[in-house]
Design a protein around this ligand. Structure first.
Ligand code: AMP
Ligand code: MG
Length: 316
């Protein structure tokens, strides 16, 4: 079984010798390898069973390291980094030749961010290379927000799990592409409103896209093993009464077995609780998960996106 610990030096040694390590960030746990080492990066794809057409996010310590992977940084991208970096903001920028095609799935652009987590920052500071790191879960499943979540699914197939506690944002980063006009490819831990307050109106990519060049955008993703349906919960409870339903509610569990994402109706808190709640329901003896959307603003939009994808292909 893979060891879980808080030894940052050990994580650094493993990464320097071409191994793969689960690393805590403020968004979700990542599965990291030296982004400049193709052999090491291949191990990530293998451990996650991730298709080669799904590119990885590269994590950099600072602007100097950013310059080693991004060939060009438009002013609006700089502006966003100044406001929100380090943080749950990933920028898609033209890549340098040093970034292997494997990392970007052959795209001429690289997705890059600086995480805002003390252990991740310390680790990146010890290394002379950036870290390629997608979420540390089997491809398509719910992302991990604790070291135990990583161990439950990838324990045994990775070299070390660096424990940095529970992720404080709890959903993946927001990805903004600068391949043309700025465009949000994936809603995440930084709200559209916050981004627009800095660089003005930004288009959001069509969310039903199954375009593999676009991040976490495969229609069925973040999915539980159990079927998950979304709608008006009292109605769904009646309809699925026979199937031992469990509720994934925003501010209430409707008096049944289930999870409440935020009693006070705070979408940030709901985002933080979402994946752990989904995992608990998936492990419970419920036959079906009944979920409801949050109001479409702030991180509510990103939570709804995850729910929609978790429910995709399961219109029951
Ligand atoms: P994950 O951390 O598992 O959510 O994976 C990172 C996400 O970022 C993936 O779903 C990728 O599709 C997306 N991504 C990474 N690199 C690029 C890129 N160059 N262009 C567009 N999306 C990207
Ligand atoms: Mg992922």
């Amino acid at each position: 079984m893979t060891e879980i610990g808080s030894d940052v030096q050990r994580a650094a040694r493993i990464l320097k010798s071409g191994g793969i390590v689960a690393v805590p960030t403020e968004t979700v746990y990542g599965l990291a390898a030296n982004a400049f080492d193709e052999k090491a990066v291949t191990k990530i794809f293998k451990a996650k069973n991730r298709p080669a057409f799904d590119p990885l996010i590269v994590h950099v310590a600072d602007d100097a390291s950013l310059a080693s992977v991004a060939a060009e940084i438009p002013e609006a991208a700089h502006k966003l980094r100044r406001h929100f970096g380090p943080g749950p903001l990933t920028l898609v920028l033209p890549k340098t030749a040093q970034v292997p095609d494997l990392v970007t799935s052959g795209l001429p652009h690289v997705a890059v961010r600086t995480p805002n987590h003390p252990a991740a920052a310390e680790l990146l500071g010890m290394l002379t290379f950036p870290l390629a790191a997608p979420s540390a879960n089997p491809f398509g499943y719910v992302s991990p927000v604790t070291a135990a979540h990583v161990a439950a699914q990838l324990g045994g197939s990775i070299d070390y799990i660096l424990d940095g506690g529970r992720c404080t944002v709890g959903i993946e980063s927001t990805i903004v592409a600068f391949t043309d006009r700025p465009k949000i490819l994936r809603l995440g831990g930084l709200s559209q409103e916050a981004i627009e307050a800095v660089i003005g109106p930004v288009e959001v990519a069509a969310e039903s896209s199954a375009n593999p060049a676009a991040p976490g955008m495969l229609t069925a993703h973040y999915a539980t093993k159990k079927p998950l349906v979304i709608g008006h919960i009292p109605t769904l409870l009646k309809a699925h009464n026979e199937r031992s339903p469990a509720v994934l509610g925003f501010t209430s569990n409707y008096g049944t077995a289930g999870e409440i994402l935020s009693k006070s109706g705070d979408p940030d808190e709901a985002a933080r609780n979402l994946f752990a709640a989904m995992r608990r329901l998936d492990e419970s003896n419920a036959g079906i998960i009944l979920a409801e959307f949050l109001p479409e603003s702030g991180l509510g939009r990103a939570v709804n996106d995850r729910l929609r994808r978790a429910g995709a292909d399961r219109k029951l």
